[in-house]
Structure formats: C-alpha cells, structure tokens
Design a protein around this ligand. Structure first.
Ligand code: NAD
Length: 265
C-alpha cells in the first residue's frame, strides 16, 4: 500500500480525492491537512464512518506523525509552492493539482527533485478527456493556425486563465509559433474584450455558478471552423488521473509535468 496524505482536505477537490483514495485497494490515506481544520475525522467528510484519521492544520506536523510517501495537493495558488517544498524536503513525493505555478516555480521544483532525489508530478488537468482535448488541439494547430480558447469554470475559481487553458496554448504555440490574429487595426472598445494574449492566441475566461470545468478550442480556416470541446461535469472526472499519478510518482524520474506523460508510457 502506498501511504498518501491529502493537503486541502476540506476543499471541493480535496474531499473528492479523499474518497477516491479511500476506495482504492493500492493506496492508503494516512493523513490529511487543511488550514481551516477543526480536527474532523476524514470519514465524516466523505460519508465513510469514523476512520480514526483526523484532518490536521499543519503539513509538517502531519508528515512527522504519519510518514507518508505521497502528498496530493489541491489547495490555493499562493500556498502550493511552499507545501511542495515542505513535502520534498521530508522525502514525500508531491502530486499537485493546484494551478497557478509559474515557469520559475517549476524550475525550482525541478531543482528540488535533483537535490532531494524525490520525484514530483504536476498536472494542470487530471481528467483524461481534457488531456485528449489538449493533445488533439496541438495536432490541429499544425493545419489550422488561427485559434482562440474559451475556458469556463465555476465562479469561485481564483486564477484566470485556467492552468489547462495556458497549457493548451503553450502546446499549440509549440506547433505554430507566434501569429498575430484578427484585423491588424482592430480596436477594443471595452478593454479585455479580445481576451488575454498568449503568443497571439486569444484566451477568454468565463466564471459562472453552475459550471465545473469546461474548455473549447476553436480553430478557424477558410470557410470552416473546428471546435474541440471538453466538459468535466463533476469533479469525479479528475479522480482516475489523481489515482494513476499517486501510483506512478514513486517510480517516475524527477519532475513529471502533465499527466499525458504517464498515459503515453
Ligand atoms: P477549494 O477552495 O474548494 O479548496 C482549497 C482548500 O485548500 C480549502 O479547504 C483551503 O482551506 C485549503 N488550504 C488553503 N491553504 C492551505 C494550506 N496552506 N494548507 C492546507 N490546506 C490549505 O478549491 P478547489 O476547487 O478544491 O481547487 C483547489 C485547486 O485545485 C485550485 O487551484 C484549482 O484550480 C485546482 N484544480 C485543479 C484541477 C486539476 O485537474 N489539476 C481540477 C480542479 C481544480
């Protein structure tokens, strides 16, 4: 059994991860952390009856007490890097779903992997369908270089654009390079109306109650458009990916960025 702790246990994703790991035969939840902890038994969070595993409020203490091998982190953009540092310095492999890590942060994590010889996995999206959407979009950009991305999420999401949208844009840009899109003389009558600009790719973020995580990549060509769309209609969609990551991170080689690296193995 692989010993796992969950950081951000009270969150929307944290609760789902607790449930998925609790139900897996090769993974064992040994601890959980949330800064908002009022020391609840994790069984009460996932409707599984008392387990004797109490949510702590300090990551270092939980690591000392539970000796995990893997830490799953679904917390907040401003705290995730510090959680990763604590985990890795204690020999615990992070599996990170929290978005908002910069290129510089990823460089630091890569250096930490080398220094500590502890592996790490960061996935902007753990849903297999979203990974396929990204991969198909990267391929389509070879033939349809004009593209815009619309991502739609629930209104409590803190970062925009989403990690998945940025990752999709990075991969598309690799295949088509920089391209100035739209009319060269276009004017934004309302600032931001044309969205964010990543390497010439316009990106639009919708935030509304009712959505979970959705993305449309729209390609335009002569007399035609191609739309590649993915919808996560519940947070369960991320769980097979999280479980796969927990099972593979111990035997990975340093930093793995993107779940697709495991799927293609
Ligand atoms: P949420 O706000 O519901 O939960 C975050 C939880 O983290 C809260 O309970 C909060 O108290 C806790 N927290 C904050 N700081 C902490 C710290 N220092 N230590 C421990 N716990 C701490 O958010 P959510 O909807 O569960 O999303 C969490 C993150 O996961 C976001 O960045 C979101 O964008 C990302 N996300 C990623 C994927 C993916 O597939 N990679 C999918 C969905 C969401």
């Amino acid at each position: 059994m692989i010993r796992v702790i969950v950081c951000g246990a009270y969150g929307k994703m944290g609760r789902e991860v607790l449930k998925a790991i609790h139900n897996d035969t090769q993974l064992s939840i040994v601890g959980a952390v949330d800064v908002k902890s009022d020391f609840t038994d994790i069984g009460d969070l996932i409707g599984a009856g008392k387990t004797g595993i109490i949510v702590g409020n300090d990551l270092q203490t939980v690591i000392n007490e539970t000796k995990p091998q893997v830490m799953v982190d679904f917390t907040r953009p401003e705290v995730v890097l510090n959680n990763i540092r604590i985990a890795m310095k204690n020999g615990v492999c992070p599996v990170v779903g929290t978005t908002g890590l910069s290129d510089k942060d990823r460089e630091e994590i890569n250096d930490l992997c080398i220094q500590t010889k502890v592996n790490a996995l960061i996935a902007p999206n753990f849903s297999i369908g979203a990974i396929l959407m990204t991969k198909l979009s990267q391929d389509a950009a070879k033939y349809f270089p004009h593209v815009e991305i619309i991502e739609l999420h629930h209104d409590q999401k803190l970062d925009a654009p989403s990690g998945t949208a940025l990752h999709t844009a990075e991969l598309i840009a690799k295949n088509r390079g920089y391209l100035e899109q739209g009319h060269p003389a276009e004017v934004e009558k309302l600032p931001g109306a044309r969205g964010g600009n990543f390497s010439g790719i316009r990106m639009h973020s919708v935030r509304l109650p009712g959505y979970v995580a959705h993305q449309e990549v729209i390609f335009g060509g002569l007399g035609q458009t191609l739309t590649i769309r993915h919808d996560s209609i519940s947070r369960e969609s991320f769980m097979p990916g999280v479980v796969l990551a927990c099972k593979n991170v111990l035997s990975a080689n340093g930093l793995v960025y993107g779940l697709e690296k495991l799927l293609d193995k």
